[in-house]
Design a protein around this ligand. Structure first.
Ligand SMILES: [Zn+2]
Length: 51
């Protein structure tokens, strides 16, 4: 069993992993889920990129 932290993806600015704790808003855009999160590292509000 591994340590399981839910991550939203990586910051496109600095590459830091962003966990669900930093999720600001989640919505749907043209049928696809979109999220804004605050990067814990560079403090930018970004779209976390999952892969
Ligand atoms: Zn960042």
């Amino acid at each position: 069993m591994s340590f399981n932290v839910k991550t939203l993806g990586c910051c496109p600015e600095c590459g830091e992993e962003i966990t669900a704790d930093f999720l600001l808003i989640e919505y749907e855009s043209e049928g696809r889920p979109a999220r804004f999160a605050e990067c814990p590292c560079c403090r930018n509000v970004v779209h976390p990129s999952s892969e």
